[in-house]
Ligand binder design. Structure first.
Ligand code: KG4
Ligand code: ZN
Length: 343
C-alpha cells in the first residue's frame, strides 16, 4: 500500500475562515471560524469579511495543524479555494497559502469551491458505507449557486442546469429578511417551518425551460403578499411566521426537486446527491430520502458539518488533484467567478 498523503486545506471564499488537515480521505482536523460581525448588517459585508479572514487565518491554521498532531514538514501539499467567492476574501487565503508554500517549499493545489461541495461526499467521515458511484446527479445548493451537476468522475463534472438569477440560499435569505428574521435566514426558516403548515400559502413557482431555475420571482411574490396582508393585519407576520416559513421552504424545495426528477428521468441516472449550505435544510434532506424511496434512487446526504463551507471539502479535492500531481504555481490568482473545468 502507498504511504498516506497529508494535505493542509484552507477555505476563505465567503464569511467563514476554515482550515483542515486530511490524511488521505480522512479528516484529522477541520476548524471553522464563523464571522459574527455580519449579523448586524443582515448580510455579508465583503470588506469586513476580508478583515476578519486576516485576523482569523493564522490562529485557525495553527489550531488545525496542532489538532491534527502533525508537523508542517509532513505535508504533501497545501490546497486552497481559488474561487468562486468574494474577491477580498479569496485574496486573503490565496496570499496566505503562497507565503506558506514559499516558506515550507510545499506544492500548492488550487480548488474550485463548488466542486469541493460535491466532493465532500467522498470524505471518509460521512455516514455511509460507500460514497456515491459514478455517474451520479448532484444538486448543489448554496448561498451563491444552484446547480444540477452530472458527476462522471472525481474531477469530471458537467453543470446541466443552474439558476438564472437568485440562488436557492439567496431565496431563503432574502425571504427571511422580508419576514424580519436575522441573517443567514436559511437556518431560521428551517427552524420555524417545523411548526408551520407548508400548504398555508402558495407562492409562484417560476416556469423555466430545461434544468435551469429562477428564484427572483419568489421574493417578489412574498413581498407583495406580505404587503397586502399587513394592510389588513399589521401583525400578520408575527401571527403567521411559522406558516410563512413552512410555505416558502416548501416552494423552494419543490422547485428544486422538480428539475432533479426531470434530469434523473431524461438521463436515466438513479443515484442522486445533494450538496452545499442549503443541503443542511431539514425538508430538503427528508424530501430527497422520500423521493429516493418512491423512484428507487440511491440517495446521498452529506454529514451536516460538510454541507456549509468548510476546509475539509477543499482538502478532498486537493487529495484527488494530488494523486494526478495537478499543482498550481505561485502566480495563481483568485477568481471570483471561477468556472469548472473538465480534467
Ligand atoms: O455553501 P454555503 O455555506 O456558502 C456558500 O458557498 O454560499 O451556503 C450558505 C447558504 C446560505 O444562503 C444559508 O442561508 C443556507 O446556505 N443555509 C440553509 C440552511 N443552512 C444554511 N438554507 C436552508 N436551510 C438550512 N438549514
Ligand atoms: Zn459554499
Amino acid at each position: 500500500m502507498s504511504r498516506p498523503r497529508y494535505i493542509l486545506a484552507i477555505e476563505s471564499s465567503c464569511d467563514d475562515t476554515s482550515a483542515a488537515v486530511l490524511k488521505d480521505r480522512a479528516i484529522l482536523s477541520n476548524l471553522v471560524a464563523n464571522q459574527k460581525v455580519h449579523e448586524q448588517y443582515g448580510g455579508v459585508v465583503p470588506e469586513l469579511a476580508s478583515r476578519a479572514h486576516q485576523k482569523n487565518i493564522i490562529p485557525v491554521v495553527h489550531q488545525a495543524i496542532e489538532k491534527a498532531g502533525i508537523e508542517l514538514s509532513q505535508l504533501d501539499a497545501i490546497a486552497f479555494t481559488r474561487g468562486p467567492g468574494l474577491m477580498g476574501s479569496l485574496l486573503v487565503g490565496t496570499s496566505f497559502v503562497k507565503g506558506l508554500a514559499l516558506a515550507t517549499g510545499k506544492p500548492l493545489i488550487d480548488v474550485n469551491h463548488m466542486q469541493a461541495h460535491v466532493l465532500a461526499h467522498f470524505i471518509d467521515n460521512n455516514e455511509y458505507d460507500h460514497p456515491p458511484e459514478f455517474p451520479f446527479l448532484c444538486l448543489t445548493v448554496s448561498g451563491g449557486h444552484t446547480q444540477i451537476i452530472v458527476v462522471r468522475d472525481y474531477l469530471d463534472m458537467e453543470i446541466i442546469g443552474q439558476t438564472l438569477d437568485d440562488a436557492a440560499g439567496e431565496a431563503f435569505d432574502k425571504t427571511a429578511k422580508l419576514l424580519g428574521l436575522p441573517y443567514p435566514g436559511g437556518p431560521q426558516i428551517d427552524k420555524l417551518a417545523r411548526d408551520g403548515n407548508p400548504k398555508a400559502y402558495s407562492f409562484a413557482k417560476a416556469k423555466i425551460k430545461g434544468y435551469d431555475y429562477s428564484f427572483s420571482g419568489l421574493k417578489t411574490s412574498v413581498l407583495y403578499f406580505l404587503r397586502d396582508q399587513i394592510k389588513k393585519d399589521p401583525a400578520f407576520i408575527e401571527h403567521h411566521v411559522n406558516d410563512l416559513c413552512a410555505s416558502v421552504q416548501h416552494t423552494i424545495v419543490d422547485t428544486l426537486f422538480d428539475k432533479v426528477l426531470k434530469a434523473t428521468e431524461d438521463l436515466n441516472i438513479k443515484t442522486v446527491a445533494i450538496a452545499g449550505g442549503v443541503s443542511a435544510n431539514g425538508l430538503l434532506r427528508s424530501r430527497l430520502k422520500e423521493l429516493g424511496e418512491i423512484h428507487n434512487w440511491k440517495t446521498y446526504i452529506p454529514k451536516f458539518e460538510f454541507c456549509t463551507d468548510n476546509a475539509a471539502m477543499i482538502g478532498i479535492v486537493g487529495h484527488f488533484k494530488l494523486l494526478n500531481e495537478d499543482y498550481c504555481d505561485l502566480s495563481a490568482l483568485p477568481d471570483a467567478r471561477l468556472a469548472y473545468s473538465h480534467v
